[in-house]
Write a protein that binds this ligand. Sequence first.
Ligand code: 48F
Length: 251
Amino acid sequence: MEAEITRAIIESASEEWVELAESDVIVVGAGPSGLTAAKYIAEKGFKTLVLERRLSFGGGIGGGGMLFHKIVAEEEAKEVLDDFDIKYKVRRNLLVIDAAEMMAKLAAKAIDSGAKIIHGVSVEDVIFRENPLAVKGVCIQWSAVEISGLHVDPIFLRSGAVVDATGHDAEVISVAARKIPLDIPVVGERSAYSEVAEKEIVEKTGKVVKGLYAAGMAVAAVHNLPRMGPIFGGMLMSGKKIAEIVAEDLS
Ligand code: 48F
């Protein structure tokens, strides 16, 4: 039986990896913005792959507000919450949400919409082409190898669009900005100013260069916007907006 367990796992995983060598869209990061983007992109019929460094979903959601197990969103995010069947209670003019429910439902709906989520994989670089400059996919490595510090060459995944939903460090855009002439200084976010941050994150969500897009807190890192703390409406609406932009560009 043991050999069959091994064969069953490696055969089916390998078959899928061969298919994953090319996708329409790669979303990097399974936090709130990445999972939201993945659901809306996948349900439009695009082959969508989410790569997540950790072995869990949700990015910063699970920590709630300083480990209190609730997060909040503003009224404008209701539509997205309803699309994901996420419950909320209104308190102090805010929608109060259970962190565990939000993580589970964002992930479940993204998967049910057809997105493939792979855990334990880190994006360490992009694939690019010149004239015109365009991002064409990502270089990936097992997170365990990354953490070990071993020198192991990555492998490549091609895609029509790469969405950086890696959070505060905008890891994908940062590495691209260092290595290819993006002409974007990724200066990082500013200190907390919640209402301005929530609004501007959504406004500035969009394309960075052909093939490369920013969603969620990565947008703050690229555009030097303030942070907002444990209010998540902007993350959800940013994910939804980037899905619309990517879908239009790929159509
Ligand atoms: O940090 P994260 O939750 O990003 P987000 O979607 O949401 C930010 C909020 O959680 C919160 C906030 C707003 O209310 O301030 O912080 O912008 O999720 C990012 C995910 O990306 C993964 C990381 O493990 C996390 O789950 N990630 C980061 N870099 C990489 C990565 C990488 N290079 N490759 C793969 N996954």
